[in-house]
Write a protein that binds this ligand. Structure first.
Ligand code: NIG
Ligand code: FE
Length: 429
């Protein structure tokens, strides 16, 4: 049976429409396609009409459910296009060391960092139910903060068995709740201790894991951490070229602490996105702009690591690189679940305007996951993933910080979170 939801009287209906499923670049990022006093009608999980509130409310006066968004901003749900959401343990001990001046790579190279989370995750995989339940809780918090689509990477298993275990947990999360999940295989996240002096053997093992990933259709993307102390550009090329042969789409972690050629490999192999980019050359920016490779910026990382080296967002935007934003949620470099905090940081540290940051967290982030035709904007035909925020205009979104401004979350046309208590209870479990 058809059910219709009407959202009306929004002080701003921020549509981010008009990009046609492509990412916004340059000055387009400042154009949010705002309809003042706007309304949207939703039928069976899809957006069917948009426009001035009076007109849409009259056309859909018979709607089953009506939300009054007076004095509120209505936005597309956030797309968090880069996370490491499944992991065991936490790393507050290293956080204290970082406060005292120890660097992220120093900690990794001495066997801590990612490798300590690998130990904790391998232990946790013995009983995947607890790992699953914890990850499910993280997703619930993300949803309450307005995120409706999330990418999740493996990379804390680093053995055939444990990487497969992580992929299975991610697959079960897809069935566990309303948030849409995109799965990424990151077997090349770090060199596990047992392969310390056998790099080539580990790269071969990752190539073997890719066979399993392909056979079970367990991931949509393959990612590699290109960095000193992780994998070099040539190892990344070998792994990503094989992944592409197997039909996986590509992502890279590149330029987080140094520029060692990851951008060039990513562009050459047709990666959908290249992420981090705190260190990137002018040539790298030109290559990405030319191929319209999405640059996913993660300002929560230098903030949490206290490095003071942020991605050159203004230069990237001026060069024409499509910019997205994500949390990078993980226990080492960015333990936040909130895209609102990331938008707030992007404005303050990357000097992005509120409108640019919103484009980056919605339509461009959807494009970083090849979902630009499905989500990331409020347009007729798209999935009704919509958030209502308790602010009168979008510029207040990054202005208030450390506060959850979300009033209501609509996922595929269903109210799944609401401060006034009206929700579909079945979806909250
Ligand atoms: O994107 N840099 C590599 N991977 C993550 C951090 C993972 C961790 O420290 O556990 C990142 O920053
Ligand atoms: Fe990451």
């Amino acid at each position: 049976m058809t059910s219709t939801l009407l959202i009306r009287n929004a002080s701003e209906l921020v549509t981010v429409r008009g990009a046609g499923g492509s990412p916004r670049t340059g000055t387009e990022m400042d154009d949010l396609g705002i309809i003042k006093n706007g309304a949207a009608a939703i039928e069976d999980g899809r957006i069917v009409a948009l426009g001035q509130s009076d007109e849409i409310a009259a056309r859909f006066s018979w709607a089953d459910t009506v939300i009054d968004a007076t004095n509120k901003v209505v936005l597309p749900g956030f797309v968090d296009c880069h996370t490491h959401l499944v992991f065991g343990g936490s790393r507050e001990d290293e956080f204290v060391q970082k406060i005292q001046g120890r660097s992220y790579l120093e900690i990794l190279n001495s066997g801590g960092g990612i490798l300590s989370t690998v130990d904790r995750t391998r232990q946790a995989l013995v009983c995947p139910e607890a790992l699953l339940e914890r990850a499910h809780g993280f997703l619930g918090t993300m949803l309450a903060f307005g995120t409706t689509t999330v990418e999740i990477k493996t990379g804390y298993g680093l053995s055939q068995e444990s990487e497969l275990g992580m992929l299975k947990v991610i697959a079960r999360l897809k069935d566990s709740g309303p948030v849409d999940i995109v799965s990424t295989f990151l077997g090349a996240h770090a060199l596990p201790g047992e392969y310390r002096d056998r790099r080539d053997d580990y790269v071969r093992l990752v190539l073997g894991m890719l066979e399993t990933v392909k056979t079970g259709s367990l991931a949509e993307y393959c990612d590699v951490f290109v960095e000193q102390g992780a994998f070099d550009a040539s190892e990344a090329r070998t792994i990503l070229a094989k992944a592409r042969e197997h039909g996986l789409k590509l992502k890279l972690h590149a330029g987080e602490f140094s520029d060692i050629g990851g951008v060039e490999v990513g562009v050459e192999l047709g990666a959908t996105s290249i992420d981090h980019l705190e260190h990137i050359s002018d040539r790298g920016m030109a290559l990405m702009a030319d191929k319209r490779t999405v640059g996913v910026l993660l300002p929560g990382v230098p903030f949490h690591l206290m490095t003071d080296r942020y991605a050159p967002a203004r230069k990237l935007i001026a060069a024409g690189v499509p910019i997205a934003l994500a949390t990078d949620f993980n226990p080492g470099s960015c333990p936040t679940l909130s895209m609102q905090s990331i938008i707030a940081l992007a404005c303050r540290q990357l000097k992005m305007t509120p409108a640019e940051a919103i484009s980056a967290a919605t339509i461009n982030a959807a494009c970083a996951l090849d979902r630009g035709n499905e989500v990331g904007s409020i347009e007729v035909g798209k999935k009704a993933d919509i958030i209502i925020m308790d602010i009168p205009n979008h510029r207040q979104l990054p202005y208030w910080f450390g506060i959850n401004l979300v009033d209501t979350v609509v996922k595929k046309g269903v109210i799944v979170r609401s401060t006034n208590g009206y929700t579909d209870e079945a979806l909250l479990t």
